[in-house]
Each structure stands twice: as structure tokens, then as C-alpha cells.
Design a protein around this ligand. Structure first.
Ligand code: ZN
Length: 98
């Protein structure tokens, strides 16, 4: 599966609904330096409770999805993320691995 760069929260929500055993990397739009890997069902990146509309992808954060962790790593290495050092920060709640 190619890397999906979500442009809107509605696109993102559709994708996580239909790709429940994939992975999502969460980072910031401005000067991204933290890259947190989650499963696509992790409550940190799926629950809208008490969050503002657009909070997942349209405000301060960007998300990228794929079924393949290594493809995600390649993507960040090759696409202008100078602070990406080759490994993701692993979410302690969902503990993603392949
Ligand atoms: Zn998580």
C-alpha cells in the first residue's frame, strides 16, 4: 500500500474506518520533529471526544497512513523531513509493530 497523506479529517476518518489493521504516523505541520507511530485503531488518533473539528489533520497536525511500517520510514527519509532519524516514537497505548 502506498503512503496516504491525509488532506482533511473526513478523508482521514474514512480511511481509518476502512483500514483497521494499518498504521498511522502523527506529526506536526510546522517543523515536524516528533513522529509517533500508532495502529489505525488507537484511541489517541481516532477519538473525537472533546476535540475540536479538524483537529486530526487540519490544524496543527499531519497524519500519514500505510499498511507497512517500513514504507512509512522510507517515506519520511525521502520526502523532506530532516528531523526524522529513521525510527518512529512508538505509542505506548497501542504498541504498533509488524
Ligand atoms: Zn497509539
Amino acid at each position: 500500500m502506498a503512503i496516504v497523506e491525509f488532506k482533511s479529517d473526513s478523508e482521514y476518518q474514512d480511511w481509518i474506518k476502512n483500514n483497521s489493521n494499518c498504521f498511522v504516523v502523527n506529526t506536526t505541520k510546522k517543523h515536524p520533529r516528533k513522529f509517533v507511530l500508532h495502529t489505525s485503531i488507537c484511541h489517541h488518533i481516532t477519538s473525537y471526544i472533546s476535540l475540536a473539528p479538524g483537529v486530526f489533520t487540519e490544524r496543527n497536525h499531519d497524519k500519514f497512513g500505510s499498511s507497512d511500517i517500513n514504507k512509512l520510514k522510507e517515506f519520511f527519509k525521502e520526502n523532506g523531513f530532516p528531523k526524522f532519524e529513521g525510527e518512529f516514537t512508538i505509542c505506548k497505548s497501542c504498541n504498533p509493530h509488524q
